[in-house]
Write a protein that binds this ligand. Sequence first.
Ligand SMILES: N[C@@H]1[C@@H](O)[C@H](O)[C@@H](COP(=O)(O)O)O[C@@H]1O
Length: 259
Amino acid sequence: MEVIIFENESLVAKRAASMLADLLSIKPSAVLGLATGSTPIKTYQELIKKFNNGEVSFKDVSTFNLDEYVGLKSDNKQSYQYFMREQLFDFIDIQLDNTHFPICLNAKENQQVAENYEAIINAKMGIDLQLLGIGHNGHIGFNEPSSSLASRTRLKTLTRSTIEVNSRLFEAGETQPTMAMTMGIGTIMDANHILLIATGEGKAEAVRNAIEGAISASCPASILQMHPHVTVLLDKNSASLLQNTAYYQRVAEQVKELN
Ligand SMILES: N[C@@H]1[C@@H](O)[C@H](O)[C@@H](COP(=O)(O)O)O[C@@H]1O
């Protein structure tokens, strides 16, 4: 696991966008795993800048989003499909047919949706790079604490704390879903490269548990310690509870020298 700590969230976003763009310059038809939430918004803005400058094209890219709320149609402002169009897809040359979400309008159909999602990912030969945020409770995607560390795409009931934290994004009168379809932890772990980004003090505890804590379903992100190729990009605030920062910094300096 490579942990890189930056002075601020803008630098985290710039590095994350560069890593994604570097992959696309080597493999223009890459399969990207994408995340929602407020953390990746700045990264998407950086990608849009790169697209406008002609540095990157998404013409042949396929994407798989980590998760989607159950029951929300794509024109619902709270759906992750809407979020992705508003934050990224509408501003780049991606073909919407190549973007995928685990859409489940009727919870009773969850199993079929899950199997189908896994099958399409497999048909694309898997995910080259999976972008991840992290929840305050250590969740990745919507894999809440106690999720099986080997889980595949499935229906998840959201925890009270996740519902409360995400309620800030819902306006009065909007119904907030309490269930979501999410890639499983095993699905995420199948990606070739995982890029976790976290910013802000509110994430410090989850980041510490994920990187330096014991591997446990109590902090789903801690399973990333078992993945052979994970890059973690943090700002100073989200890294504030880490013990081994001096070591991470030395590694980052040496990697820079080698390149
Ligand atoms: N399902 C998403 C996650 O994929 C995301 O990582 C998390 C953190 O979001 P934020 O970046 O807004 O803190 O929120 C949601 O629950």
